[in-house]
Design a protein around this ligand. Structure first.
Ligand code: G6P
Length: 368
């Protein structure tokens, strides 16, 4: 029974651990060995995708963060402009709609009031077509959109979204590739991206095996009141999602910053009382990130770095390094999300909060 906690103490933990399986399910039948099978987006997808020249993504909360990650993929791989906005802002402003723009909503529930209202206003505004990436078949968003892609995360009970987020990211990769084919993306590159997706579930298993280390790390957070999450490039929205998880369930103030902006404000907050989390895969921005982190150390900040094992970080009195397996850049945002989910979970358990039902929050915000 999927709505049962089974051996787990909380739904959230169960849902974190389900990720390898639900990622596999979401990919199943949607990719071949080498290609995206774009029929997964619906029978009319092909004709619509042929016309798309830009993408507008609208969502709320964690689903918004998956949209922010997708912007990097859409512009890098597909070479088309991608705009991302929270639904509560989008719905109330005058929007200039570019020609042949695809309107994309992302939602676990398919019932979030602002996202649904944004879709309805987009229909009047002259977008080419609407697509929803959604976890609930037959939800309002699925019914009212021209195209839909179902994430197959299964029921998500914990208020803080986990497995819905990573399955959304997979869906957004498939969308970026499907649109990319019609623009900048070569079939060799598609093949490389699809092959990384095939490796993803196993890599997630490997990262979940770090749970004991992360549990130990969480002790450094439970007595703190503030924390900073840093990332660069596509890892910046991953840092945002990590910070959101921590504040939602542990009630610790957590703020994400693109590491390159540190000097423009947050560095003033750094002292030994504020733990600083950094996401550091071995990518093109690693050296830039390292020099940002040195600034933090120089001011007495305590660093917790989730790093590629080949990134060259070492443990010392100011730095705790949690080594992750080396992963392809394309899937790094998914893989690096998991340890941040586990970190927030363990901090919340240590603090004794109601992990699955945090105060003041609802699973689905169906009224404005
Ligand atoms: C609420 C939930 C979040 C979720 C957000 C958007 O705030 O607590 O976990 O990310 O709504 O929900 P949706 O169902 O549209 O993804």
């Amino acid at each position: 029974e999927s709505a049962d906690k089974g051996e787990y103490r909380h739904y959230m933990l169960k849902e974190i651990y389900e990720q390898p399986k639900v990622l596999r399910n979401t990919l199943q039948g949607r990719i071949s060995k080498t290609q995206v099978l774009e029929e997964a987006f619906g029978a009319e997808a092909k004709a619509i995708f042929d016309q798309v020249e830009s993408v507008q993504i609208v969502a709320c909360g964690t689903s918004y963060h998956s949209g922010l990650v997708a912007k990097y993929w859409m512009e890098d791989w597909a070479g088309i402009p991608c705009y991302v906005e929270v639904a509560s802002e989008f719905r109330y402003r005058k929007v200039v709609v570019p020609k042949n723009s695809l309107f994309v909503t992302i939602s676990q529930s398919g019932e979030t009031a602002d996202t649904l209202a944004a879709l309805r206003s987009a229909k009047e505004a002259g977008y080419l077509a609407s697509l929803t990436i959604c976890n609930v078949a037959n939800s309002s968003l699925a019914r009212e959109s021209d195209l839909s892609f179902m994430t197959l995360a299964g029921p998500e009970i914990g208020v803080a979204s986990t497995k819905a987020f990573t399955t959304q990211l997979v869906a957004l990769q498939l969308l970026s590739i499907a649109l990319g084919r019609r623009h900048n993306l070569s079939s060799d590159k598609e093949q490389a991206l699809v092959s990384a997706l095939h490796q993803l579930p196993q890599l997630c298993e490997d990262v979940l095996a770090l749970d004991d280390t992360i549990l130990h790390t969480s002790e450094a957070f439970s007595e703190k009141h503030h924390s900073l999450f840093l990332g660069r490039g596509v890892q910046y929205p991953v840092a945002m999602e990590g910070a959101l998880k921590l504040k939602e369930i542990s009630y610790i103030h957590a703020e994400a910053y693109p590491a390159g902006e540190l000097k423009h404000g947050p560095l003033a907050l750094v002292d030994s009382d504020m733990p600083i989390v950094a996401v550091a895969p071995n990518d093109d921005l690693l050296e830039k990130l390292k020099s940002n982190l040195q600034e933090v150390q120089a001011r007495g900040g305590k660093l917790f770095v989730f790093a590629d094992k080949n990134s060259g970080f070492v443990n010392d009195e100011s730095t705790v390094v949690i080594n992750l397996p080396h992963v392809d850049d394309s899937i790094a945002p998914l893989v690096y999300t998991l340890p941040l989910q586990l970190l927030s979970y363990h901090v919340a358990v240590l603090k004794g909060t109601d992990v699955d039902q945090p105060r003041n929050l609802a699973k689905s915000v169906t009224v404005e």
